[in-house]
Design a protein. Structure first.
Length: 570
């Protein structure tokens, strides 16, 4: 009998810095530029954090400031005088470096004034006393502070599907030559529980939602009618994934793929009418939406509550099986126990299985400060660039850790292969021989010392692997990357400080002793992962959902609003 390979050693979890800028800074800029304004200058605040160290200052913004010019800083402690700050009033972007905190130049994006309506203050005084109290401008804002939890872009990126507590769901049409304005809204009525997950059909005309009322509903995005309703397992659903065409195979309820330049026909007639629903009952259920009511085709039971899920498509297979929607598809199901399991979705193999728990552990979240495995709260995956036959997988945890893994195709196929009958049982599901170590792991909040003490501000509510090859901070090849395409991760945490982390070359940061080794470690961390962009707009309200469209715009949900960001290089 083969001896299982020991699980990979625990990775080093890097500490990344944070930069917080006054969320209402766009209103300050609007006050200065408003026709007839008597305001010549106004203050805003900026803070920087790196581990347990912090620096704080006031920014003096003047009406004569030019785009890209340096602004005056009023230090509030001894660490800021070494900072370098440039403000772009036109593009609403700030670039800040704090060498004393080992923070390299980092871009902070404010909600785009072109896409988010800015309403200047009516105050005619030399100072605006409401700037600190007003929320940042937003494209969409709800009547309550917590009535939006998720946003999903249609495959054509011309509609938004919004969901939230108490059955709130609506489709917002985007209009304008560049789809930059809010258009008509369609209310989706029927759910009586929180809308937890949602997805689009490939046509962009049909949406599917799952809610805590234990139902899945199919809606028309045009008139809001709901002709089909299906029951799901009796615990809260956590993800709903339409099984679409090959170009849309890696998607989650909060991270749709970038739109294709033209509609792509389905390779088989059955593609597009099936969805996979995961739930806290520890199940994956494959539904056929074509009958009324929709019919469950199969349910897989896992060893832990499923908290997040994505579906991988094995494009290396020569062709689809005409009668099996799950052939060539594999679910990565993340659990509350910190494990990510592989489940083959082929119905023929599922029917032949003897029953019992499905799934083999292939990834584990890095341990938290208390030593316990992190509770996975967000998951995403993308095919590796260059047709290498594998996937990049990113996960986020309740204690604020983000980890990125390189998952080869061979590892997925081996983990999903049916276990021999003689080895069936718990020992066959431990996954040690298939388990992979992360390429890099990081966090931005200090770890909690006690088990279960993770604060809600640390939790990662959503993350997205960028579908774009280049980002604002990676417009040129970085030294040491060997010409590889840049990758980045968009992260929506509970502290409201959403950000983009850029992924650099391979390798682990090593801990060193002495100033020289610490400088080398900083360089290695920069090569492996670094903060590329801060997304300013939420003030202590959790960032609930985050997506990126085909134009590179980022959409963030939090505080009952949807804000849109455009990349600007300073």
């Amino acid at each position: 009998m083969a001896v299982p390979t020991p699980a990979p050693a625990a990775p080093t979890v890097l500490q990344l810095p944070r930069i917080a800028v006054q969320p209402s800074l766009p209103l300050v800029l609007a006050d200065l530029s408003r026709p007839g304004s008597h305001i010549a200058a106004e203050d805003a605040w900026v803070s920087a954090y790196n581990g347990t160290r912090s620096a704080h200052a006031r920014i003096r913004v003047s009406e004569g400031d030019q785009p890209g010019s340096s602004c005056d800083l009023d230090p509030l402690d001894d660490l800021v005088p070494a900072a370098d700050l440039a403000l772009d009033p036109t593009h609403c972007a700030v670039r800040l470096a704090v060498p004393s905190l080992s923070i390299p130049p980092t871009t902070a994006l404010l909600p785009s004034p072109r896409l988010n309506p800015v309403r200047p203050s009516s105050s005619s005084s030399t100072t605006n006393p409401t700037s600190l109290d007003e929320p940042a401008p937003a494209l969409l804002a709800s009547s309550g502070p917590t009535s939006l939890d998720l946003v999903v872009l249609s495959p054509q990126a011309d509609k938004l599907l919004l969901g939230g507590p108490d059955g709130h769901a609506r489709v917002v049409h985007l209009v304008g030559h560049d789809l930059a304005q809010k258009g008509p809204e369609v209310r989706l009525r029927g759910h009586v529980g929180d809308v937890c997950a949602a997805g689009w059909a490939a046509s962009g005309e049909v949406v599917v939602t799952a809610a805590s009322d234990m139902t899945v509903r199919v809606f028309s995005a045009t008139d809001g009618s709901s002709p089909r309703v299906a029951a799901v397992p009796p615990q809260r659903p956590t993800a709903l994934i339409p099984l679409l065409s090959p170009l849309s195979s890696s998607t989650t309820a909060t991270s749709p793929p970038a739109p294709a330049p033209a509609p792509v026909p389905h390779p088989q007639p059955h593609k597009g009418r099936h969805v996979l629903v995961s739930s806290l009952s520890g199940t994956l259920t494959l539904l056929d939406l074509s009958p009324a009511p929709p019919a469950p085709l199969h349910t897989w039971r896992l060893a832990a509550p499923v908290t997040a899920c994505v579906v991988l498509l094995d494009v290396a297979e020569p062709e689809d099986h005409p009668d099996d929607v799950g052939r060539r598809r594999y679910a990565l199901a993340a659990g509350a126990d910190g494990c990510v399991r592989v489940v083959g979705l082929a119905l023929e193999e599922a029917a032949a299985a003897a029953g019992g728990e499905a799934g083999t552990v292939i990834l584990r979240a890095p341990a938290s400060g208390s030593g316990a495995r992190g509770h996975v709260t967000a998951l995403d995956a993308l095919p590796c660039p260059g047709g290498e036959g594998g996937w990049t997988v990113a996960l986020g945890t309740r204690d604020g850790t983000v980890a990125v893994y390189d998952v080869p195709r061979s590892a997925v196929l081996a983990a999903a292969a049916p276990a021999p009958a003689a080895s069936a049982g718990p020992a066959a599901q431990d996954g040690d021989e298939h388990e992979l170590a992360p390429r890099v792991a990081w966090r931005r909040t200090p770890p909690e010392p006690e088990p279960g003490a993770a604060s809600s501000g640390a939790a990662i509510h959503a993350l997205v692997l960028s579908r774009r090859e280049r980002t604002c901070g990676a417009l040129e090849e970085r030294e040491g990357e060997g010409g590889e395409r840049a990758r980045s991760v968009l992260v929506a945490p509970g502290d409201g400080l959403a950000y983009r982390a850029g992924l650099g070359g391979d390798g682990d940061a090593r801990s060193g002793e002495g100033e020289q080794e610490q400088e080398q470690e900083q360089g290695q961390r920069r090569a492996v992962v670094h903060v590329e962009e801060e997304l300013v707009g939420l003030d202590c309200e959790p960032a609930r959902s985050i997506v990126e469209d085909g134009h590179g715009r980022v959409w963030v949900v939090g505080g009952g609003a949807v804000r849109v960001y455009e990349r600007r290089a300073l």
